[in-house]
Design a protein around this ligand. Structure first.
Ligand SMILES: Cc1ncc(COP(=O)(O)O)c(C=O)c1O
Length: 496
């Protein structure tokens, strides 16, 4: 049996002798060791990053042997951190689809800006708790400052409030909770039972399907989501929207919210924002705009007019981790109604150090403990200004236009008219179906696109997401797509 050492004696010994390296000190190494590992990380990451941008966009690791190796981590025998850091970086280098690759024309996860990466590093060191302004006054003020700037830039009134979220889904979830609470203040205590009939909300059938889970989460059920038909161009059909709301009301349902999309996920289309605002107003419903991707257009003086009508919204979702290119897990929810968030999320506790209405994030948002997300957009905006971000989104749009032109010259059609650097592509006759072409592009390892549906048709979806993509990368993608043509199929297969 082990001899028990009194805690007081153990700590006394520790004071007198420098602790030898033990398993526990691996968690909290000395300042000198930390500096060495920080430098190692910086060097190794820079090397991996450079290799990624010239290497395969898709994972190259052998999953079976990786899983075998992973199983060897039984967490009984500690391993040296040097080895672990280089091992972890190598697995990321070979085991991911690289959103930082200049030919990742993918879903809405861009290569992050450098200031955003720096912000993550700073937040990781200080690890501030952003639940309250009492614990993290500077950090809470920085986030509130960024939210006010984004709100102002979106045309919202100065009293608007909001917060950072983990992403667009949480921001949209927040919108529905605010809409339900505004529609019936008893929703907070009684839930869906507070309503005289089943609540309903309205999105287009091209919306992001996180709304399905959101309807489930808030407790009004998935059937509360009405997917309104689109107009043949991927935008919410206003007449169908109006009729659906009127019919629901006549049947005893309780319409609570219209949620328009500014930048649909598959096709980057923008619903008719002023028209949807007017319909929501006519029926007295909360009007939300999901601008998770398209919201970044507010940065460009030239392009922001396509978002006209967003300023009429009761609330808006804009993801910083999409076109604003912060690191992942960073969205924003903003509402023009200063009391909406407190009405929905206010709670009082004896143990939290403060409870400031409209300021303390734990009483104005879904989360309780929270990470310092807003520093990412703060540093990036402060370093580049709105003008820098304006250039970033305009450049993406110009490259998408270049891709459209080059593809057209080779017989590919673009079937959407999106202002947000996203093309829905139909291949020329004889090329096969879009899904198999997308698979073959991935098999080339030289670019990443996906297949999706737009207005019921299969398309190849390509979005310019990376701020470092060049015209050469566009030319290479065109070449890869062309190589999927009937007469060149074997050569692409060879490059697998
Ligand atoms: C329009 C739209 N809304 C919401 C979301 C969900 O956002 P997140 O993945 O950040 O939760 C997305 C994601 O692509 C989106 O495109």
């Amino acid at each position: 049996m082990h001899e028990k050492i009194r805690p007081s004696l153990r700590f006394e010994k520790m004071r007198n002798h420098r602790e030898p390296t033990t398993s526990r000190t691996a968690l909290f190494p000395s300042a000198a060791e930390r500096e060495r590992w920080d430098n190692l990380l910086t060097r190794e990451l820079a090397g991996a990053n450079a290799r990624v941008s010239h290497g395969s966009v898709t994972p190259t690791l052998d999953l079976a042997s990786f899983k075998h190796e992973l199983a060897g981590f039984d967490f009984r025998t500690p391993r040296p951190l040097d080895d672990l850091l280089t091992w972890a970086i190598a697995q990321m280098e070979h085991g991911l689809v690289h959103v930082t690759h200049p030919r990742y024309f993918g879903l809405s996860n861009p290569a992050p800006t450098f200031p955003a990466q720096c912000a993550d590093r700073i937040a990781a060191v200080f690890n501030p708790q952003l639940a309250t302004s009492a614990t993290s006054p500077a950090a809470v003020e920085i986030e509130a400052h960024v939210i006010r700037s984004v709100a102002g830039r979106s045309g919202f009134p100065s009293e608007s409030v909001g917060h950072f979220t983990t992403g667009g889904s949480e921001a949209n979830y927040t919108a529905l909770i605010c809409a339900l609470t505004a529609s019936n203040p008893r929703f907070g205590t009684e839930g869906a039972r507070a309503f005289d009939g089943p609540p309903a909300f309205y999105v287009s059938r091209e919306c992001h399907l996180a709304w399905v889970k959101i309807a489930h989460q808030v407790g009004i059920g998935r059937s509360a989501m009405r997917m309104v038909a689109t107009d043949g161009c991927g935008r919410m059909d206003q007449k169908v929207l109006r009729d659906t709301i009127a019919t629901d009301r006549a049947r005893g349902c309780v319409p609570v919210m219209v949620a328009a999309t500014a930048g649909t996920t598959n096709a980057g289309m923008i619903d008719p924002l002023p028209g949807c605002a007017e319909i929501a107003r006519t029926f007295g419903l909360w009007y939300h705009v999901d601008a998770a991707w398209g919201g970044a257009l507010i940065a460009s003086e030239r392009l922001r007019p396509v978002l006209a009508g967003i300023e009429q919204a009761d609330s808006v979702t804009i993801d910083a981790h999409k076109w604003f290119a912060t690191t992942m897990g960073c969205g924003m929810f903003i509402t023009r109604h200063p009391s909406a968030l407190s009405s929905a999320f206010q709670v009082s506790t004896s143990f939290m150090p403060s409870n400031v209405i409209n300021l303390d994030p734990y009483v104005t948002s879904v989360q309780w403990s929270r990470r310092f997300l807003g520093l990412r957009l703060f540093l990036a905006l402060a370093a580049a200004g709105w003008a820098g971000y304006g250039e970033h989104v305009e450049r993406s749009v110009e490259l998408a236009e270049l891709l459209r032109e080059r593809l057209a010259a080779h017989g590919f059609a673009t079937v959407n008219q999106s202002p947000v650097a996203l093309l829905c592509i139909q291949p020329p006759p004889g090329y096969g179906d879009p899904r198999s072409i997308a698979r073959r592009v991935l098999a080339s390892r030289r670019a990443w696109v996906t297949a999706a549906t737009f207005e019921g048709n299969e398309i190849i979806r390509a979005c310019v997401t990376n701020g470092e993509t060049t015209a050469d990368d566009i030319a290479e993608l065109v070449g890869i797509l062309q190589a999927c043509g009937p007469e060149t199929q074997p050569s692409l297969q060879d490059s697998k």
